[in-house]
Ligand binder design. Structure first.
Ligand code: F6P
Length: 410
């Protein structure tokens, strides 16, 4: 049978990106736009997340426009705007969103985001019946995607969100660079890594030569702190050139001698429209306590926005395209309120649509680092985690300069 016209001719699909950016958002937008265009949709971009659907609307036309998906960040811009009432903004802006969806004749909405952006999309789908497809993104990799990882015959529930592969690659490269200066000065460098509630990204530093690490999932109580200091001393003494790079998540909960409490370190008292505060500064505290306790020179390094910045890497390019293939399937079946996900952790070559499925956006939430991936006793990431990373990053970045020069005896 020959179709007279493209299936979705006359329909409009709009894409928005919300929350913290990643290097893979432009590639996600380009991949979704290309496939939606083939189906016949006119494709719009909503600028600055949900904010672009407020007021008069801030919408651009992406149909038949050049789009560089390799370039990091999001050309549609982003914001942490929440259309639903929040503590910071008690007034509901959902009526404005609905008005603009109607005004711009948007038939389907694709929301690229984490738990917050997709959570709001899910509410719009459930309460207002807006046809929505959620599309995952976060460098923190803590959005539950129900992606299984088979390791030594055991099934582990992992997560794989676009943005994480590029960020993890950047973190492993960053760590391997930091390592050289730590070695020169026989120092410990405590390296702070983004991750408010989960240590997925922090763990990627082991592919750059880090040995120990701290994650938000396991708090450092007064007693655990002493055990940690001992583990650091032992690892430092064992290290070949007397150095250590210790990645710590920004959201690590650490015992504070002055207050007698375990808490996170806040960068600011401000919260966003989803109620999240900003963390920052834990690396400085840990570095100075390590110096006082162990007498080993220690410095802090905040990796900050580095893993969130720059080009979309190879694995992410194929992952975003694969998930966009699944979006086509959802569009064809008009199966809304769903989010495409990868079924299992696979190497680059196996990123294919047949390895994807979709999950009900109602079941999307946060997923901490799986317990199989972190050894609480040793403060280190496990072999299972290394295997998870190996699928995504292939090989570690670690290089060594082995200098066993003969000592001159006069
Ligand atoms: O998107 C999540 C995240 O990467 C967190 O790890 C971090 O706390 C946050 O973004 C910081 O984002 P921003 O400074 O852009 O608000």
């Amino acid at each position: 049978m020959k179709l007279e016209q493209k299936l979705f001719k006359g329909k409009t699909l709009a894409i928005l990106s919300g929350g913290g950016d990643t290097p893979a958002i432009n590639h996600s937008i380009e991949s979704i736009r290309n496939r939606a265009s083939l189906l016949g949709f006119k494709v719009y971009g909503i600028r600055k997340g949900w904010k672009g659907l407020l007021g008069d609307g801030d919408i651009v036309d992406l149909t038949n426009q050049p789009y560089d998906g390799w370039y990091g960040g999001t050309a549609l811009r982003s914001s942490r705007t929440n259309p639903f009432p929040s503590k910071k903004n008690p007034e509901s802006r959902v009526p404005q969103v609905l008005k603009n969806l109607a005004k711009y004749k948007i038939d389907v909405l694709v929301t690229i985001g984490g738990d917050d952006t997709n959570g709001a999309a899910k509410r719009l789908f459930e309460t207002e019946g807006i046809p929505v497809i959620g599309y995952p993104k976060t460098i923190d990799n803590d959005l539950r995607t129900r992606t299984m990882h088979t390791y030594q015959g055991k099934e582990i529930e992992a997560v794989l969100c676009p943005g994480f592969p590029s960020a993890a690659k950047a973190m492993s490269e960053f760590t391997s660079k930091i390592k050289t200066t730590a070695e020169s000065h026989s120092r410990i460098i405590v390296m702070e890594v983004m991750g408010r509630d989960a240590g997925w990204l922090t763990g990627s530093a082991i592919f750059g030569g880090a040995k120990l690490g701290l994650v938000p999932e396991f708090e450092i109580t007064r007693e655990r702190k002493e055990v940690f200091f001992e583990a650091v001393k032992e690892a430092y003494m064992k290290s070949r050139n007397r150095y250590l790079v210790i990645p710590v998540s920004e959201g690590v909960r650490w015992y504070d001698e002055k207050t007698g409490k375990v808490d996170v370190v806040y960068a600011s008292s401000e919260v966003d429209e989803y109620g999240h505060p900003r963390f920052g500064g834990i690396s400085g505290i840990i570095a100075s306590e390590l110096y006082v306790k162990l007498g080993i020179e220690a410095r802090a390094q905040i990796s900050g926005y580095y893993p969130r910045a720059g080009h979309c890497r190879k694995y992410d390019r194929r992952l975003t395209a694969t998930l966009a293939d699944k979006v086509v399937d959802l569009l064809l079946r008009e199966d809304y309120g769903q989010m495409p996900v990868l079924n299992k952790i696979v190497p680059f070559m196996e990123l294919e649509e047949f390895n994807t499925s979709s999950i009900d956006m109602g079941t999307v939430g946060n997923k901490p680092l799986s317990t199989e991936y972190y050894d609480i006793e040793k403060f280190s990431f496990t072999d299972a985690y290394c295997d998870f990373l190996k699928n995504i990053l292939d090989q570690p970045e670690v290089e060594d300069f082995r200098y066993d020069f003969p000592v001159v005896i006069p």
